[in-house]
Design a protein around this ligand. Structure first.
Ligand SMILES: NC(=O)C1=CN([C@@H]2O[C@H](COP(=O)(O)OP(=O)(O)OC[C@H]3O[C@@H](n4cnc5c(N)ncnc54)[C@H](O)[C@@H]3O)[C@@H](O)[C@H]2O)C=CC1
Ligand SMILES: O=C(CO)COP(=O)(O)O
Length: 296
């Protein structure tokens, strides 16, 4: 009987299910039935001791309220985002339902489209409980190298913030601003997300590792990133509605930019790039944003 299940059968849920099925049987469930091996209903999946949850950040609170009952499961959170309605980090939301020693968070550069082909990658499992890492590590296939970190808040902020910076980078690309501009944007973005993170207690080393620089460099330099593609569309003056409809998948950076904008105002943190992304999403002309960024 399988002891591990993935909840959410979007791009990332399916890729993790593929990876976690290499060494053992792994179940998968989702709101709508899918034609995937070992697809089960939610109740069956919930009987597993190990649950990997891969649903969009903005849906997590409601999903937990409606579906989750704690029976000592060990939960690995695969989402990357900050709740826009409250500015809460995912670990704060999950801790309302699950004790922190039963929680881990995945971070690092990992496009689902490559993981599902079995291409090599490295991931970080972040948890305050090292034994949760030890248990989960064994489930991962040989093509994924796993690292441990106890910097849960740092990994979460990196994973969420880089999506907003990927939108900025897509805009930069869409405006044909050149390689110099993009490199400057990415490196100043790294400094910005570290400044934001350190305010909330994140460790510096997290930002220069896989969860920070690693995931930022990946997402902010490839059209495989949904967030980067949102930026490309914005630079071409397409509406957000059009862009998201065509995307058909979640781009967490959109709602996360709302959360960062309010958190940075509330906590008086200097976050110029994220603020400009927020303004562009509210309708500001990207060229005006660029001028303001160069001046600030
Ligand atoms: N796709 C990727 O390469 C990676 C994605 N992630 C993160 O994983 C999370 C999920 O992303 P994807 O799977 O790529 O998105 P997706 O758009 O492909 O799929 C999202 C899935 O969530 C489900 N869902 C949506 N609303 C729900 C609700 N209210 N209750 C239950 N399920 C719901 C959808 O049915 C869908 O199966 C995001 O936070 C994303 O940032 C993290 C690393 C890599
Ligand atoms: O988080 C990701 C890769 O690590 C996926 O990024 P996108 O959601 O922008 O596609």
């Amino acid at each position: 009987m399988a002891n591990i299940a993935v909840i959410g059968a979007g791009k990332w849920g399916q890729a993790l299910h593929y990876a976690l099925s290499q060494k053992q049987e792994c179940l998968i469930t989702s709101r709508t039935k899918r034609d995937i091996k070992n697809f089960v209903d939610l109740n069956t999946a919930m009987q597993c001791e190990y649950l990997v949850i891969a649903i969009p950040a903005q849906q997590i609170r409601q999903w937990l309220k409606e579906n989750f009952s704690f029976k000592n499961q060990k939960v690995l959170v695969a989402s990357k985002g900050i709740e826009a309605s409250s500015g809460k980090f995912l670990n704060e939301i999950y801790e309302e339902f699950i004790p922190r020693e039963n929680l881990g968070f995945i971070s690092g550069p990992s496009f689902a489209a490559e993981v599902i082909q079995g291409l090599p990658c490295a991931l970080v499992i972040n948890s305050l409980n090292k034994s949760l890492f030890d248990e989960y590590e064994k489930f991962f296939p040989n093509f994924i190298k796993t690292y441990y970190s106890d910097d849960v808040i740092g990994a979460e902020i990196c994973g969420a913030y880089k999506n907003v910076l990927a939108i900025a980078s897509g805009i930069c690309e869409g405006l044909n601003l050149g390689n110099n501009a993009r490199a400057s944007l990415i490196s100043r973005g790294l400094v910005e997300m570290q400044r934001f993170g350190s305010h909330f207690g994140a460790k510096m080393e997290t930002f220069i590792g896989l969860s920070g620089a690693g995931d930022l460099f990946l997402t902010a330099s490839s059209e495989l990133s949904r967030n980067f593609r949102v930026g490309l569309g914005l630079a071409k003056n397409r509406t957000l509605e059009e862009i998201l409809e065509e995307l058909g998948e979640v781009a967490e950076g959109v709602k996360t930019s709302y959360a960062i904008n309010s958190l940075s105002q509330e906590h008086q943190i200097y976050t110029p790039i994220a603020n400009e992304v927020f303004s562009i999403l509210q309708g500001k002309n990207p060229i005006d944003s660029l001028k303001d960024l160069l001046r600030s």
